[in-house]
Design a binder for this molecule. Sequence first.
Ligand SMILES: *[C@@H]1O[C@H](CO)[C@@H](O)[C@H](O)[C@H]1NC(C)=O
Ligand SMILES: *[C@@H]1O[C@H](CO)[C@@H](O)[C@H](O)[C@H]1NC(C)=O
Ligand SMILES: *[C@@H]1O[C@H](CO)[C@@H](O)[C@H](O)[C@H]1NC(C)=O
Length: 442
Amino acid sequence: MKRFLSLALALTVALTGLDTSQAAPHNTKNRDFVEVASDGKGFTLNGEPYTIRGANYWQGMNLGADDCSGGDRDRLDKEMELLVKMGINNLRVMASSEGPDDQKQRMRPSLMYAPGEYNEGVFQGLDYLLDAMDRHGLTAVMTLNNYWQWSGGFAQYVAWIDKNQTAYPLPEGDQNWDTFTKYSARFYNDTEIYEEAQGMWKKHIETVITRRNTINGKIYRDDPVIMSWQLANEPQEGPDAWFEETSTFIKELAPKHLVSAGIEAKLDQFDFNRAHTPKNIDYTTCHLWVENWEIYDPSNKSSIVDAQIYADDYVHSRAQWATELNKPIIMEEFGMARDAWIKPDDEVFKYSPDTPTAHKDQYYKGIFDNIVSLAKKRQFSGSNFWAYAGLGRSTDYPNQYGMVWVADPPHEKRGWYSVYNTDTTVKVIEEYNSQLKALEEE
Ligand SMILES: *[C@@H]1O[C@H](CO)[C@@H](O)[C@H](O)[C@H]1NC(C)=O
Ligand SMILES: *[C@@H]1O[C@H](CO)[C@@H](O)[C@H](O)[C@H]1NC(C)=O
Ligand SMILES: *[C@@H]1O[C@H](CO)[C@@H](O)[C@H](O)[C@H]1NC(C)=O
């Protein structure tokens, strides 16, 4: 869920279903909504401290669709069990994806294939996912848009308006990475299309927030399984007014839920504050991508040292920024490739599930140790690692673009950042989650 810094890397790398007679509410345990603690330091649930022991699971909506709509409910159910076993209590998922299904760089089938036109099978996949999460006691961060192309996102809205369907980075589109990012930014920076683009998007926001879940009959806006609505994945340098306006719009529709911006916080404190200052942005986020930002080289055994130094500083500085705003912070994306340094010239090796993850495990543990020590002082509220692939496997590493549901979006090489159920990383995550859980119970 991240951007590439260089072109070189970019290259390698119907509201139907309202028939309530079918909707039999589950007899789930009564639970409250996740809230921000009254002193602004962290979250609470049912009056108790709540830490985010999270994973990214963007593909959940598509996996939750039935067979006819390209899903795999059996796999999703099994993965829910595995996630709970790991101590996970929160999943960051997509609650949006846009555009026609003939674009290779995107997750597909998409939820909204044309403005206001929905693939009901995919929407029911989201229903199924939320219901499964409810049964397993998890909470959801619902991502409503994307600066990047892998779910359609900003560029698709812009393309719908100016009829330019070629807004894709190379090699599939006709544009380089810089051209693409400027194109995407028009979604909120081009005054000529601003109203129309935002209007189209707000209709989607309203549709999803007011939807009735076809599996359990709950209206999304009243469902405590949803912790937060997130404006977008990694909106880059958005205008202040956009964060303000959209967070207010969402809060009015879903007053019981939290709202978040979804920025990486990779730039400076000014950028961090711009996204997080509006009063309806309830908590702050950061993402950390050491390979994409050219701090870590997975083919170079010694570069892990730089990666860890960078990560230590990053976690602490962002925690400090959040403290100054008096809002909780979640590290809601970070990942690392497998041990490519063992065979630096072997491209397939880097992405294969059989390749060890010693660096990744060490790196995850370093981040987790930092978060736990800050969480003890109530200066950090948890994380979502990137990303859970669970039982997903490909027979074709590292090829991109096929819709194989591992945890790497289709524009990226399969297996790059996926965490499989069989990885040693799972133990590292389990151990960290148990430390956070212990803090909740103190
Ligand atoms: C599509 O957008 C790109 C980048 O803004 C531009 O170069 C190209 O001319 C546009 N094509 C059309 C058909 O408008
Ligand atoms: C959007 O415009 C603002 C100025 O209003 C600018 O600071 C920002 O860099 C622009 N964002 C992008 C992604 O170009
Ligand atoms: C590997 O990483 C180390 C530490 O950053 C660096 O000093 C060294 O130059 C790198 N080696 C290569 C071949 O890039």
